[in-house]
Design a protein around this ligand. Structure first.
Ligand code: BGC
Length: 472
């Protein structure tokens, strides 16, 4: 298995970015409001920085779109953590249970993926937690670990107001989840209750964390410069290392490094209208049709849950306006969510001027009548959509880097868009370099299984602390 360092090197020599043009200048003209220049990105940086500062302060957090939740994870791993831990990773349509053995120089990991049926994502919360507890029991029994208590780190990738390391109140669901009876409640408690209802497994939930924190912890285990954790997958978000004195909600006495990890929850950036200057009618349409209208606007402009749909809306509009396919649409193109985010990556993955991957996608969508000019235009639309996403993420990252003021920061990254889009890494490297204050160094480090191992590491750091308290 490749280490993060190897991945970092491989990823840091990005493919040269293609310079694509549409077949038709009218297409370019019609996409103008999605092509953000550096002046717009700099406005975004300024607004984001203001929102982060507001989110950190008690007086202004309630009205700030960016909440900057305190995570209570203060200590980055030292790299010497040892022992066997369980991790539960819930944040998308699947969840994973992982068993991780941390040794001094390496780690071993076994994991199993369980699906969450769609009905459970929007049904009663206790049903979903019962389902999770059942899968945990299945896994533990399979591993013959159901008799001894084991520590569990719970990665729960939704906005939570934390009240200590083992208490997280769900503020709101995102990414297509809408289970009743969970918002406003402590999810650790809900998980513990579901485990207790079964009575057949012994688990000690020692930490709850966001996937961004898991990613940061996982990368920091190998790389001490890692101070930002970033996800660009189904959703998007970032956390970063802040000074405890700047985080007014951190109410524990100053300890350890004097730092604390802040979960920005930047997906909600713009929910107060603060970035309306770059929101398009397509974004509004996506928002209107979503399960959570008016919420997570920034996320809807970037992440994998929406990127394909955004491309579809543009393609459909351009078809109706006679700019594509000779004005001839197809029933599937008219259907919501039929243009997958994966298609954007695949289409851009074709060599320029070749449509090996694009052709079967269009066939599948009933658009076999596409001409070469159409395909060139479709590729251009995909490029514009993914470049805008990369530009937006780069702007908020550059704002964080400038705020942190460190000479060199490594950004630990995970998520399907970053992993699978052929140019996302290169686009970000390029754009952040243009936007960040001169003299600040940064790099992007792909996390090997960020959230899972990160959760085990947080559980390990927490367990080590408990031991220290007991022995002192
Ligand atoms: C959630 C975040 C999460 C992000 C990436 C967002 O929808 O609100 O908590 O970190 O998705 O998974």
């Amino acid at each position: 298995m490749a280490t993060e360092r190897e991945c970092l090197c491989a990823k840091n020599t990005p493919k040269p970015l293609p310079t694509v043009e549409p077949a038709d200048q009218k297409v370019k003209e019609a996409l103008k409001n999605l092509m953000l220049d550096d002046d717009v990105l700099k406005r975004i940086m300024t607004k984001f920085r203001q929102d982060v500062e507001a989110g950190l302060k008690k007086a202004t957090q309630p009205t700030s779109a960016v909440k900057c939740y305190v995570t209570y994870v203060q200590d980055l791993p030292t790299g010497s953590e040892k022992g066997r831990y369980l991790a539960l990773d819930l944040g998308g349509t699947n969840f994973r249970v992982l068993l991780i053995e941390l040794c001094e120089t390496h780690f071993e990991m076994k994991s199993r993926i369980f699906a969450i049926p769609k009905a459970e994502m929007v049904g009663p919360g206790d049903k979903m937690f019962d389902h999770i507890a059942e899968c945990l029991a299945t896994f533990l029994k399979q591993e013959h670990l159901d008799t001894e208590p084991i520590s569990l780190g719970f990665t729960f990738s939704f906005p939570c107001q934390q009240v200590g390391l083992t208490k997280g109140i769900l503020i709101r669901w995102t990414k297509g989840f809408q289970c009743s009876g969970v918002e406003g409640n402590d999810v650790v408690q809900l998980l513990r209750e579901a485990i207790a209802r079964r009575g057949d497994i012994k688990l000690n939930v020692t930490a709850i964390l966001n996937d961004t924190t898991g990613t940061l912890m996982s990368c920091a285990w190998r790389n001490r410069n890692c101070k930002i954790g970033l996800i660009i997958g189904t959703g998007t978000n970032a956390c970063y290392v802040e000074k405890q004195q700047n985080a007014e909600f951190f109410d524990e006495p100053d300890k350890g490094s004097g730092n604390v990890i802040i979960n920005t929850e930047w997906g909600a950036f713009g929910d107060d209208g603060g970035i309306d200057f770059c929101v398009t009618d397509y974004d509004r349409e996506i928002d209107k049709n979503s399960i959570n209208p008016g919420k997570q606007l920034f996320e809807k402009m970037i992440s994998g849950m929406y990127m394909g749909e955004l491309a579809r809306l543009i393609i459909l509009k351009f078809t109706k306006d006679g700019l594509l396919f000779g004005g001839k649409s197809s029933p599937l193109l008219e259907e919501r969510e039929k243009f997958e985010t994966k298609f954007v990556s695949d289409i851009e993955g074709d060599l320029q001027g070749v449509y090996t991957k694009q052709k079967p996608i269009l066939q599948k969508l009933g658009l076999g009548h596409a001409t070469d000019a159409d395909m060139m235009n479709i590729r251009f639309i995909c490029e514009v959509v993914s470049r805008r996403a990369a530009g937006l993420v780069s702007a908020t990252l550059a704002a964080l880097l400038n705020k942190m003021g460190e000479p060199h920061v490594t950004i630990g990254v995970d998520g399907s868009v970053y992993r699978f889009h052929p140019y996302f890494h290169g686009l970000m490297m390029h754009k952040i370099s243009e936007l960040v204050d001169p003299g600040r160094k940064f790099d992007l480090m792909l996390s090997e299984d960020g959230s899972g191992r990160g959760a085990a590491l947080v559980a390990a750091v927490a367990a080590a602390k408990d031991e220290a308290v007991v022995t002192n």
